[in-house]
Design a protein around this ligand. Structure first.
Ligand code: DAH
Length: 336
């Protein structure tokens, strides 16, 4: 008898099906009126007294096993019924993945290039005072160069304004750090300009500043050459004399883009050259304004507009596209 119950136990444990009829047959076989469990219970009285205890335990185990199995089979068949109705091969909901804004993509590229040669990223406020945006940069009140940066003023006397360039971060950083200084300051800037395909009242710049002992113009040129090679794959550059109040001497940098295609002709106006940034050796007057001794230290600075570079790299013809948030434009940068 005991062996027979062990056999039933194994049979119950191994039984699987999703089929409702088979489950019902299984139930009748073990739990039915004339089923195995009732049969065994009926024969319980035939069992010798000394075996009754062990036998009783075995029957209970079998009874529980049957009940548990029926429970399992029921849930199993119900869930499979649900699953059979669902098409599990159907694609999921379209989860739209966003993309980085092209301005951030290019900003990150530029930051990475300068990071690889020891520049750190610095930050400054977009709402500035006159000192950091103009005066400390050697642009005193009534200086004609202020005219080139038509400014949004927030308050006057004292003047509070939206920064017109990231050069203000140079001053903030030098006020709080001793040389050697090697920073890059990306950020948003504001100018009161009519919005058109080529200019906007909001745009982005990246400022660079390097201050140490014995920094020369040759260092500046080498650094910019490294940068243009890394970003554009072009190492031929030229520096044209220019004027910025905060650098002396000052230069504008052109990169030789080439004249290999019609687009090259168009974007370089047939010259092959493209202007990409302003730069120069930091004017000693600026160093004095932030209490850095110009006899001991020298340095260079540079500043470039990010939009212009993005438009070059991705052949975009209209600066307004950056701020329109048109998903059709932004989608194109998904894979980058
Ligand atoms: N701040 C200048 C501008 O917005 C760009 C610039 C030129 C920055 C020369 C510099 C520099 O640091 O050295 O037009």
């Amino acid at each position: 008898m005991i062996e027979k119950i062990e056999e039933y136990l194994a049979e119950v444990k191994n039984f699987v099906t999703r089929d409702k009829n088979e489950i019902e047959q299984f139930r009748i076989k073990f739990n039915g009126k004339k089923g195995i469990l009732n049969d065994i219970f009926a024969r319980f009285k035939e069992v010798p007294n000394d075996q009754k205890k062990e036998f009783g335990q075995k029957i209970n185990t079998l009874k529980q096993a049957v009940a548990q199995k029926l429970d399992e089979l029921k849930t199993f068949s119900e869930t499979s019924a649900v699953l059979e109705k669902e098409d599990l091969t159907r694609p999921g909901f379209p989860l739209e993945l966003g993309s980085r804004h092209p301005i951030n993509l290019v900003r990150n590229k530029i930051v990475d290039i300068f990071k690889s040669i020891g520049f750190a990223v610095a930050d400054g406020p977009e709402i500035e005072d006159d000192w950091h945006n103009f005066t400390a940069l050697n642009l005193p009140e009534y200086h004609p160069a202020r005219d080139m940066q038509d400014t949004f003023f927030i308050e006057q006397n004292p003047d509070i304004l939206l920064r017109t360039h990231t050069s203000s971060v140079q001053i903030r950083y030098m006020e709080n750090h001793k040389p050697p200084i090697r920073i890059l300051a990306p950020g948003r800037v504001f100018r009161n300009e009519a919005v058109s395909a080529r200019s906007h009242c909001i745009f982005h710049q990246i400022e660079g500043l390097y201050i140490d002992e014995n920094v020369s113009f040759a260092d500046l040129k080498q650094t910019i050459q490294f940068f243009t090679t890394e970003l554009f794959g072009k190492s031929k550059i030229r520096m044209r004399p220019s004027y910025f109040p905060f650098t002396e001497p000052s230069a504008e940098v052109d990169v030789y883009w080439g004249l290999n295609s019609e687009t090259d002709y168009r974007i370089t106006k047939g010259t092959g050259w493209l202007e990409i940034m302003g730069c120069g050796m930091v004017d000693p007057a600026v160093l004095k304004n932030v209490n850095i001794d110009p006899d001991q230290y020298s340095g260079y600075a540079f500043g470039m507009g990010i939009e212009r570079i993005v438009m070059l790299l991705y052949q975009m013809g209209d600066i307004r596209m950056f701020f329109e948030n048109d998903i059709r434009m932004l989608d194109q940068f998904k894979s980058l």
